[in-house]
Design a protein around this ligand. Sequence first.
Ligand code: CDP
Length: 206
Amino acid sequence: MELKASQMEFTVAIDGPAAAGKGTIARALADKFGFAYLDTGLLYRAVAAKGGDPVQAAMGLTPQDLARDDLRTLAAGQAASRVAAMPQVRAALTAFQRQFARSAGGAVLDGRDIGTVICPMAEVKLYVTSSAEVRAERRWRETGGDLAQVLAEVRERDARDMGRADAPLRPAEDSVLIDTTELTIEQAVDLACAAVLARFPERTIP
Ligand code: CDP
Protein backbone atom coordinates (compact mmCIF):
# COMPACT_ATOMS: atom_id res chain seq x y z
CA MET A 1 0.00 0.00 0.00
CA GLU A 2 1.29 3.44 -0.84
CA LEU A 3 1.74 5.67 2.19
CA LYS A 4 1.17 9.39 1.98
CA ALA A 5 3.81 11.55 3.67
CA SER A 6 1.13 12.96 5.98
CA GLN A 7 0.27 9.49 7.33
CA MET A 8 3.65 7.92 7.72
CA GLU A 9 5.76 7.55 10.81
CA PHE A 10 9.32 8.73 10.30
CA THR A 11 11.65 9.68 13.13
CA VAL A 12 14.72 11.88 12.93
CA ALA A 13 16.86 11.64 16.09
CA ILE A 14 19.39 14.43 16.66
CA ASP A 15 21.89 14.20 19.50
CA GLY A 16 24.96 16.18 20.46
CA PRO A 17 26.56 18.37 23.12
CA ALA A 18 25.40 21.77 24.35
CA ALA A 19 24.98 24.54 21.78
CA ALA A 20 26.14 22.44 18.82
CA GLY A 21 23.29 23.66 16.60
CA LYS A 22 20.87 20.75 17.11
CA GLY A 23 17.84 23.00 17.55
CA THR A 24 18.56 25.05 14.42
CA ILE A 25 18.91 21.91 12.32
CA ALA A 26 15.84 20.30 13.91
CA ARG A 27 13.64 23.35 13.22
CA ALA A 28 14.85 23.53 9.62
CA LEU A 29 14.01 19.84 9.04
CA ALA A 30 10.61 20.29 10.69
CA ASP A 31 9.86 23.24 8.38
CA LYS A 32 11.10 21.57 5.22
CA PHE A 33 9.51 18.15 5.69
CA GLY A 34 6.48 19.08 7.81
CA PHE A 35 7.69 17.04 10.80
CA ALA A 36 6.54 17.71 14.36
CA TYR A 37 9.46 18.99 16.48
CA LEU A 38 10.29 18.23 20.11
CA ASP A 39 13.18 19.93 21.90
CA THR A 40 13.68 17.30 24.60
CA GLY A 41 16.16 19.46 26.51
CA LEU A 42 13.22 21.67 27.38
CA LEU A 43 11.65 18.77 29.33
CA TYR A 44 14.73 18.47 31.58
CA ARG A 45 15.02 22.25 31.90
CA ALA A 46 11.36 22.45 32.97
CA VAL A 47 11.74 19.62 35.51
CA ALA A 48 14.67 21.40 37.14
CA ALA A 49 12.93 24.79 37.10
CA LYS A 50 9.81 23.38 38.75
CA GLY A 51 11.72 22.71 41.97
CA GLY A 52 10.75 20.21 44.63
CA ASP A 53 11.25 16.51 44.00
CA PRO A 54 12.55 16.13 40.41
CA VAL A 55 10.92 12.72 39.95
CA GLN A 56 7.50 14.06 40.95
CA ALA A 57 8.09 17.11 38.74
CA ALA A 58 8.91 14.87 35.76
CA MET A 59 5.83 12.70 36.33
CA GLY A 60 3.54 15.74 36.53
CA LEU A 61 5.04 17.91 33.77
CA THR A 62 2.43 20.09 32.02
CA PRO A 63 2.47 22.19 28.82
CA GLN A 64 2.50 25.32 31.04
CA ASP A 65 5.73 24.11 32.66
CA LEU A 66 7.31 24.02 29.19
CA ALA A 67 6.09 27.54 28.38
CA ARG A 68 8.05 29.27 31.20
CA ASP A 69 10.26 32.07 29.93
CA ASP A 70 13.22 31.29 32.21
CA LEU A 71 14.20 27.91 30.75
CA ARG A 72 16.89 29.10 28.34
CA THR A 73 19.34 30.59 30.83
CA LEU A 74 22.78 29.09 31.50
CA ALA A 75 21.71 28.33 35.07
CA ALA A 76 18.64 26.43 33.82
CA GLY A 77 20.89 24.39 31.53
CA GLN A 78 23.20 23.45 34.40
CA ALA A 79 20.26 22.55 36.65
CA ALA A 80 18.76 20.47 33.81
CA SER A 81 21.92 18.41 33.40
CA ARG A 82 21.87 17.62 37.15
CA VAL A 83 18.29 16.28 37.17
CA ALA A 84 18.95 14.56 33.83
CA ALA A 85 21.48 12.28 35.53
CA MET A 86 18.68 10.75 37.66
CA PRO A 87 17.42 7.48 36.10
CA GLN A 88 13.89 7.91 37.54
CA VAL A 89 13.57 11.37 35.98
CA ARG A 90 14.63 9.99 32.59
CA ALA A 91 12.25 7.05 32.94
CA ALA A 92 9.32 9.37 33.71
CA LEU A 93 9.92 11.28 30.46
CA THR A 94 10.50 8.31 28.15
CA ALA A 95 6.94 7.33 27.17
CA PHE A 96 5.99 10.88 26.15
CA GLN A 97 9.08 11.21 23.93
CA ARG A 98 8.52 7.81 22.28
CA GLN A 99 4.89 8.63 21.57
CA PHE A 100 5.90 12.00 20.10
CA ALA A 101 8.48 10.27 17.89
CA ARG A 102 5.67 8.31 16.22
CA SER A 103 3.58 11.42 15.35
CA ALA A 104 1.69 11.01 12.09
CA GLY A 105 3.61 12.78 9.33
CA GLY A 106 6.98 12.29 11.01
CA ALA A 107 8.86 13.83 13.92
CA VAL A 108 12.24 15.26 14.72
CA LEU A 109 13.53 15.16 18.30
CA ASP A 110 16.76 16.64 19.58
CA GLY A 111 18.57 15.83 22.80
CA ARG A 112 21.32 13.61 24.18
CA ASP A 113 19.95 10.06 24.05
CA ILE A 114 17.38 10.12 21.25
CA GLY A 115 19.21 7.83 18.81
CA THR A 116 20.72 5.63 21.53
CA VAL A 117 17.89 5.12 24.07
CA ILE A 118 14.61 6.85 23.21
CA CYS A 119 14.38 5.93 19.51
CA PRO A 120 17.02 3.34 18.63
CA MET A 121 14.87 2.45 15.58
CA ALA A 122 14.80 6.03 14.22
CA GLU A 123 14.98 6.16 10.43
CA VAL A 124 17.64 8.92 10.57
CA LYS A 125 20.13 9.59 13.36
CA LEU A 126 22.32 12.67 13.35
CA TYR A 127 25.12 13.48 15.79
CA VAL A 128 25.73 17.22 15.67
CA THR A 129 28.85 18.57 17.30
CA SER A 130 31.54 21.24 17.10
CA SER A 131 34.51 22.40 19.16
CA ALA A 132 33.75 23.54 22.71
CA GLU A 133 35.17 27.00 21.92
CA VAL A 134 32.84 27.53 18.97
CA ARG A 135 29.85 26.23 20.91
CA ALA A 136 30.62 28.48 23.86
CA GLU A 137 30.92 31.50 21.60
CA ARG A 138 27.56 30.75 19.97
CA ARG A 139 25.90 30.33 23.37
CA TRP A 140 27.59 33.53 24.64
CA ARG A 141 26.11 35.49 21.71
CA GLU A 142 22.65 34.39 22.88
CA THR A 143 23.12 34.84 26.62
CA GLY A 144 25.82 37.52 27.03
CA GLY A 145 27.92 37.51 30.20
CA ASP A 146 31.51 36.37 30.52
CA LEU A 147 32.77 34.23 27.59
CA ALA A 148 35.32 32.35 29.72
CA GLN A 149 32.59 31.41 32.18
CA VAL A 150 30.25 30.29 29.40
CA LEU A 151 33.05 28.05 28.04
CA ALA A 152 33.66 26.59 31.50
CA GLU A 153 29.94 25.85 31.90
CA VAL A 154 29.70 24.24 28.45
CA ARG A 155 32.66 21.99 29.33
CA GLU A 156 31.22 21.13 32.74
CA ARG A 157 27.85 20.21 31.26
CA ASP A 158 29.44 18.14 28.46
CA ALA A 159 31.48 16.21 31.04
CA ARG A 160 28.38 15.53 33.16
CA ASP A 161 26.24 14.52 30.16
CA MET A 162 28.94 12.23 28.70
CA GLY A 163 30.03 10.79 32.04
CA ARG A 164 26.71 9.84 33.61
CA ALA A 165 25.83 6.16 34.02
CA ASP A 166 22.30 6.34 32.60
CA ALA A 167 21.90 7.31 28.92
CA PRO A 168 25.26 9.09 28.55
CA LEU A 169 25.73 11.36 25.53
CA ARG A 170 27.44 9.44 22.73
CA PRO A 171 26.86 9.01 19.01
CA ALA A 172 24.64 6.08 18.04
CA GLU A 173 26.63 3.59 15.98
CA ASP A 174 24.57 4.26 12.85
CA SER A 175 24.46 8.06 13.20
CA VAL A 176 25.57 10.55 10.58
CA LEU A 177 28.16 12.90 12.07
CA ILE A 178 27.76 16.61 11.35
CA ASP A 179 30.62 18.69 12.73
CA THR A 180 29.47 22.30 12.49
CA THR A 181 32.77 23.89 13.62
CA GLU A 182 33.57 25.18 10.14
CA LEU A 183 30.11 25.04 8.57
CA THR A 184 27.58 27.79 7.98
CA ILE A 185 24.05 27.10 9.23
CA GLU A 186 22.99 26.57 5.62
CA GLN A 187 25.71 23.98 4.99
CA ALA A 188 24.83 22.08 8.17
CA VAL A 189 21.11 22.11 7.29
CA ASP A 190 21.92 20.88 3.75
CA LEU A 191 23.84 17.88 5.14
CA ALA A 192 20.94 17.06 7.48
CA CYS A 193 18.40 17.32 4.63
CA ALA A 194 20.51 15.01 2.48
CA ALA A 195 20.58 12.42 5.27
CA VAL A 196 16.77 12.58 5.56
CA LEU A 197 16.18 12.41 1.81
CA ALA A 198 18.46 9.38 1.56
CA ARG A 199 16.06 7.48 3.84
CA PHE A 200 12.72 8.64 2.43
CA PRO A 201 10.85 5.95 0.54
CA GLU A 202 10.71 7.24 -3.04
CA ARG A 203 6.96 7.61 -3.25
CA THR A 204 6.64 9.64 -0.06
CA ILE A 205 8.94 12.58 -0.83
CA PRO A 206 6.72 15.60 -0.07
O1 CDP B 1 20.37 23.69 24.22
P1 CDP B 1 21.46 22.90 24.88
O2 CDP B 1 22.12 21.94 23.95
O3 CDP B 1 22.44 23.76 25.62
O4 CDP B 1 20.80 22.06 26.06
P2 CDP B 1 19.43 21.25 26.07
O5 CDP B 1 19.35 20.39 24.86
O6 CDP B 1 18.31 22.18 26.37
O7 CDP B 1 19.64 20.25 27.33
C1 CDP B 1 19.82 20.71 28.66
C2 CDP B 1 20.33 19.54 29.48
O8 CDP B 1 19.28 18.55 29.56
C3 CDP B 1 21.52 18.80 28.90
O9 CDP B 1 22.77 19.33 29.33
C4 CDP B 1 21.32 17.36 29.36
O10 CDP B 1 21.88 17.13 30.62
C5 CDP B 1 19.83 17.23 29.51
N1 CDP B 1 19.22 16.46 28.42
C6 CDP B 1 19.28 15.07 28.49
O11 CDP B 1 19.88 14.53 29.40
N2 CDP B 1 18.66 14.31 27.55
C7 CDP B 1 18.02 14.88 26.52
N3 CDP B 1 17.40 14.10 25.63
C8 CDP B 1 17.96 16.28 26.41
C9 CDP B 1 18.59 17.05 27.37
